[in-house]
Design a protein around this ligand. Sequence first.
Ligand SMILES: [Zn+2]
Length: 282
Amino acid sequence: MFERYTESARRTVFFARYEASNFGSPHIDTEHLLLGLLREDKALIRRVLLTADFDAVRQEVAGRIKPGPKSIPTSVDLPLSEHAKRALMYTAEEADRLNHRPIGTTHLLLGLMRDETFASAESLSHLGAHLESLRKRAEGFGEQSGIAKVRPPITYHRTVTGPEVIVIHGLKKSVEEVRRDVNNLRGCYWKRKPWKQRNVAMTKDRKKVSIDLSLAKKSSEFVLVKGGWKKDQCAICRWDLYESEDVSHGTGFTNGKDWICTECHARFIDDDFFSATYSDIT
Ligand SMILES: [Zn+2]
């Protein structure tokens, strides 16, 4: 069953078994698998839930577990619950859907979210994760989340003949362009905020827009349009940010002028991607 699992995914299942034993649970359930993931791949949890408050995440998940009367020795081989079995089946399906041969922690996370009646899915949805947006991003996560650890990383990062590329939100971008944008933006202070529509001043024919609202007061050519600014783009990857419940579109980081998406913030601003991960493999 676990032949295709990466080392990291196997360790996740191992930790899930350990969690179930500690809680005295008679089965390994989806909550235990999620706790296993929290032990094994904090970077993945941080990217998906956009939080580093792992204690709070752990509490949310553990709160759904009914502990047994006493812990069970880890030497006892606990069976998987029906939900956990189905989650692992979905995990393999998610990897297949992405044409990924090795099954990694990202696929496990997708599997744990697939059925909203899973306790793991309830926790993740409560913590702000969305199945569809994670699926979209899953390809981009590859190089950092154990999916690609069994692949040669250099072929993953280079096209055969073209320039070096990097995958953000599942789309390929030129590394040089991203590096240039990141260099210009790293010096700013970025504050995390939900994206909200803003008022703008617009010419009466509605053809031209300005964020200088005083124009609407000072000039008879302009009118104030409430909520007229409906969208920004990530200054690094051009991902759309707009009012949305979906964290990946609805929340970003701003320096008061520009916006960047949460994925770019986590990978390039928070983590020193270019001097750490990237230089290791080029
Ligand atoms: Zn971005």
